[in-house]
Design a protein around this ligand. Sequence first.
Ligand SMILES: *Cc1c(COP(=O)(O)O)cnc(C)c1O
Length: 458
Amino acid sequence: MSDTVNQHKYVLSEDQMPTAWYNILADLPVPPPPPLHPGRMDPVGPDDLMPLFPIDLIMQEVSTERYIDIPGGVLDVYRQWRPSPLFRAHRLEQALGTPARIYYKYEGVSPAGSHKPNTSVPQAYYNKKAGTTKLTTETGAGQWGTALAFACALYGLDCEVWQVGASYDTKPYRRLMIETFGATIHRSPSNVTDIGTILGADPKNHSGSLGIAISEAVEVAAKDPNTRYALGSVLNHVLLHQTIIGQEALLQLEMAGDTPTLIVGCTGGGSNFAGLSFPFIREKMAGKINPRILAAEPASCPSLTKGVYAYDFGDTAGMTPLMKMHTLGHDFIPDPIHAGGLRYHGMAPLISHLYELGIMDAESVPQTECFAAAMQFARTEGIVPAPEPTHAIALAIREALKAKETGEETVILTALCGHGHFDLAAYESFLNGTMVDEDFTEERLQAALATLPEVQLA
Ligand SMILES: *Cc1c(COP(=O)(O)O)cnc(C)c1O
C-alpha cells in the first residue's frame, strides 16, 4: 500500500498553498464499513443521497482517489486566510519548563474564527454549481452556522440554521453573527419542523442536542427540491476538505526542520482532528514518520473511549443513513458543557475505523482541566482558545510535563481550531469558580445504547 504514497505528489500554488485535498480512503489497509439506508438496511447509493447533497459532494464522499483538486473558485476564497499560521509555543514551553517542542496550527484566523470555513466554502460552491438555492444546517456552539452563513453569503445562497437550544440561550453573539451574514436562525427544538415540534414537547429535550438539530435541518431539506443540507463534520467529504490543514502543516514543519512525535486534536465529530492528522497518517503508513496520533474528547461526551462501535443514526429522529461509528447512542443527550462543538453522540466513521485499526488513540479530559490549560495558554501565547481545542491543549500540556520527567524527545503538534472570543461566558464561569465537571454515568450510557438500531447485514 505504501509504495505509491508520496507526500510531494500534490501540487503547490505559487503562494505555497496546497491545491489538492488528501483522501485517506485511497491508503487504508481495509475499507471502512459502508453507510446503510435507514429503511432498507443495505448500503446507500448515490441516488439515496441526491435529495440532500449535490453530486460533486456525493462523489467525493465515496471517492478512492488519493488527491482531489480544489476548484479555483474555492482556492480564491481560501487565499483570504490560508495558508494559516503554524506557531511554535515558545513561551508556553518556557512556562511549563519542558524540553518538549510544541507547535500549533491556528485556524482562528478564518472569517468565522474556526476551521469550519475550510468545508463550508466548498460545500456552498458545489451546491451553487448544482443549482441549489438554499442550504439548511444545524449548529452547536455556532461555529458551523457562522461558517456556513459566511459561505452562503459569498455564493448568493439562502441559509437556514437550527442552533442547539442550550447554546442559543447562552451564546447570543454567534447568533447575531449568523444573522449578520444573512442567514435565518431557529432555536432547536423549534416548532417550524414536525420533528422539532414532537421532540420539543418532551422536557428532557428542551436544551436540545446536535442530533435533534440535524433532524430538523434534514427534514426541511428533504421536503424542497431546491434546498439541500450541509453537515459541518462526520462525513468523509467534510474530513477531506479539512485536510488542507495537515497538508499545510506538513510543509510548514518541513520548513521548520522538525518532525512531530505526537499529534493531538480535539474531536467532536472528528473533522479538525482528521484535517490535521490524515496527511501525517499517510506519511506514518508509508513508514516515513512515526508520531502517536491522539484524539482529545470531553469526559462528559466520550464517544471513542466509552462508546461502542456499532451502526447508529447520525441524528436523533433516525432520518440519516446508519453509519458504523463509535457512538454513545443517538438518544444520548450530553450535559451542557461549554465546548458545545464536542457535544455529539457519534464520531466520524473514518476516525472510528482508524481507532479500531489501532492507528490512533484517544483520551478524555474534564472541562475544568481544559480551562486551566486555556488560562495558561492565553497568558503565554496571547490567544484565547475556543472551548473545544482546550481539550487538545490540556493533553499537550500533560504530555509536555511527562517529557520533563522522562527527558524523552517530544515534539507536539496540535490544531488550535478556533478562537474563543464568543465563548467568554465559559471563561467567566471558570474565572469565578462556578464551572463544574459534569458526571458521565454508566446508567445514562446504557439507557441510550438500548435504543441502538438492530442491524442485520445481508
Ligand atoms: C465544530 C468545532 C469543533 C468540533 O468539530 P470537529 O468536527 O470535531 O472538528 C471543534 N472546535 C471548533 C472550534 C469547532 O468549531
